[in-house]
Ligand binder design. Structure first.
Ligand code: ARG
Length: 472
C-alpha cells in the first residue's frame, strides 16, 4: 500500500478518467490496491518530466501539435516541476502511477490542452524511457562512488605500501605481503566493477520513447530528436523490443551484485581485522557502535551491514530476472514490478559504497601487530625453498621437502625458521650456508617478490601510481 492510500477513498476510480471511456463501473477496491504504483514510481518524477518535455518539444518541431499548445504544456510542466521539487505536488493513488499523476495535474493546471501531450506516446514507452533514465543515473552514480572508494583505498595503500602483514590462503598464514598490496587488490576489483557499470550504461543508452504502445506511431515523430534531447546515443531500433526489454536493469543489477560481493569480502576482512584476536586495524568511534550490555565492545556494525547488503542486491537481481522470464512480447503489467527491487538494490549499494569509503578512510592499521603476524606460521618457508633452488640448484620438489623438514624441526622446538642455528639447518641439508638467513625475514620475503603485480613495495607503488593517474 502507498503512503497516501489511507487518505484517499480507494475505490473512487478517478484514474479511469484517463482510460475509462469503455468502462461503465469503477474498479474494485482490491483491483486498485494491486494496480497502484505511485507509492514507489513517484521516484521517477524527474525522469518523467524530462521525457514529457522532450516529447512535447519534438511534437512542436514536427508540427504534430500547435506550438501554442506545446508552450502551454511546457509551462504547465514547469509548474509541476516546482511543485514536485518543493514537495507540494498532490500525489494521488487514484491516478495509479507517476505518469497519470503528472498528466492529471497538468489537466488541472492548463485544462484540456494537457490531453495533447500524450499524442504519439503510450505509458509503455513512457515508463520504458523513465526507468532507463533512472537506471542510467544509478549506474553513473555507482561508478562515481566506486571511484571515490578506490581513491580512499589508494590513499591508505600509499601510506602503507611497505607495511608488512600476513598474506593468507585458506585464511592460514601463507606468505608475507604488504597492507598496501592487500588494499590494492580491492582497487582492482572495484575498478572492474566501475567499468561494468560503464559498459552497462553504453549498452542501455538507446531511447525507447516513440515506440508508443508497441508498434510505433503513425504521427511524423522524430525519435532521433527526443533521443538526443535526453542524452541517448540513438533511438532503439525495434518498437516491440523498446517497450518489452528490461535487460538494461538486469545488467545494472548484475553489476551491482558483483560489486556488492566485492564489498562483502572487504567488509568481512574489516570484521576480522578489528577483532582483538587479529587486532590489525582500528576504526574510530565514527564507524563503530557500542553494546548495551558489554561496556568494552566496539562493534564494526557498518562492515557487518555492508557484508549483508549483498543479500538484498542479489535478491533484487533474482526478483527482476524471475519477473521477466517467460513474458510474451510486448508490454505486460508484470513489468511494473521492475522498480521496487531496482530502487532497493541501488539504495543499498549506494549506501554501502559511501559507508565503505568512509570506513576505509577512517581505519588505522596497527603496523607492529601486523608485522609480527606477518612472520608467524613459518610464512617465509617458500622463501627458504626458493633459496635452495637458486643457491643449491635443487629441483623445487626436493627443496619443498627439505624446507618441510626444517619447518618440522623449528615447530617441535617452538622456534621460528630464522631461529634455527646453521648447524640445525645443515643437519637437514649440509650445503646450506648462512646466506639463508637473508631470505627468512618477512621484509626480505615481500621485497623479493618483484614480479609484475607482486607484493614488493616497489611493485605496489608502481600500481598505485598507475591508478592515481587513471583516476585523476
Ligand atoms: N505503471 C506502469 C509500469 O510501471 C506504467 C505502464 C502502464 N502501461 C499500461 N499499459 N498499463 O509499468
Amino acid at each position: 500500500m502507498t503512503d497516501t492510500a489511507s487518505k484517499t477513498p480507494a475505490a473512487n476510480g478517478q484514474g479511469q478518467a484517463m482510460w475509462g471511456g469503455r468502462f461503465s463501473a469503477k474498479p474494485a477496491e482490491l483491483m486498485q490496491a494491486i494496480n497502484v504504483s505511485i507509492g514507489f514510481d513517484k521516484r521517477l518524477w524527474a525522469q518523467d518530466l524530462a521525457g514529457s518535455r522532450a516529447h512535447a518539444r519534438m511534437l512542436i518541431t514536427q508540427g504534430v501539435i500547435a506550438s501554442s499548445d506545446g508552450e502551454e504544456i511546457l509551462e504547465g510542466l514547469a509548474k509541476i516541476e516546482d511543485e514536485l521539487a518543493t514537495g507540494t505536488f498532490p500525489f494521488r493513488d487514484e491516478y495509479e502511477d507517476i505518469h497519470m499523476n503528472i498528466e492529471a495535474r497538468l489537466r488541472e493546471l492548463i485544462g484540456p490542452t494537457a490531453g495533447r501531450l500524450h499524442t504519439a506516446r503510450s505509458r509503455n514507452d513512457q515508463v520504458a524511457v523513465d526507468f532507463r533514465l533512472w537506471v542510467r543515473d544509478a549506474a553513473d552514480r555507482s561508478a562515481a562512488q566506486l571511484v571515490e572508494l578506490q581513491k580512499a583505498l589508494l590513499a591508505q595503500a600509499e601510506t602503507y605500501a611497505d607495511a608488512l602483514m600476513p598474506g593468507f590462503t585458506h585464511l592460514q598464514p601463507a606468505q608475507p605481503v604488504t597492507f598496501g598490496h592487500h588494499l590494492m587488490a580491492y582497487v582492482e576489483m572495484f575498478g572492474r566493477d566501475a567499468s561494468r557499470f560503464r559498459d552497462a550504461r553504453a549498452r542501455m543508452n538507446e531511447c525507447p520513447l516513440g515506440a508508443a504502445a508497441l508498434a510505433g506511431s503513425p504521427f511524423p515523430i522524430d525519435r532521433h530528436q527526443t533521443a538526443a534531447t535526453l542524452g541517448f546515443d540513438r533511438p532503439t531500433a525495434n518498437s516491440l523490443d523498446s517497450v518489452s526489454s528490461r535487460d538494461f536493469a538486469l545488467e545494472a543489477l548484475s553489476a551491482a551484485s558483483i560489486t556488492a560481493t566485492h564489498l562483502s569480502r572487504l567488509a568481512e576482512e574489516i570484521v576480522l581485522w578489528t577483532t582483538p584476536m587479529f587486532g590489525f586495524i582500528k576504526l574510530t568511534d565514527a564507524f563503530t557502535t557500542g553494546s548495551s550490555i558489554m561496556p568494552q565492545k566496539k562493534n564494526p556494525d557498518a562492515a557487518e551491514l555492508i557484508r549483508a547488503k549483498v543479500g538484498r542486491i542479489l535478491g533484487s537481481l533474482t526478483t527482476l530476472t524471475v519477473v521477466m522470464k517467460g513474458l510474451p512480447l510486448a508490454y505486460s503489467k508484470d513489468m511494473q514490478e521492475d522498480k521496487v527491487p531496482t530502487f532497493e538494490a541501488f539504495d543499498a549499494l549506494e549506501l554501502s559504497l559511501l559507508a565503505m569509503a568512509g570506513m576505509i578512510a577512517d581505519l588505522t592499521p596497527n603496523t607492529e601487530k601486523m608485522a609480527a603476524a606477518a612472520g608467524a606460521g613459518f610464512s617465509t618457508a617458500t622463501d627458504l625453498a626458493d633459496w635452495l633452488v637458486r643457491e643449491l640448484n635443487m629441483p623445487f620438489r626436493d627443496a619443498h621437502h627439505v624446507t618441510g623438514s626444517a619447518v618440522k624441526a623449528a615447530e617441535t622446538q617452538g622456534l621460528d625458521l630464522s631461529d634455527l642455528s646453521l648447524a640445525q639447518f645443515q643437519a637437514i641439508e649440509p650445503r646450506i650456508t648462512d646466506g639463508v638467513y637473508d631470505v627468512l625475514t618477512p621484509a626480505a620475503s615481500a621485497a623479493s617478490r618483484m614480479s609484475y603485480g607482486g607484493t614488493a613495495p616497489a611493485q605496489v607503488r608502481a600500481q598505485i601510481a598507475r591508478w592515481k593517474e587513471a583516476l585523476a
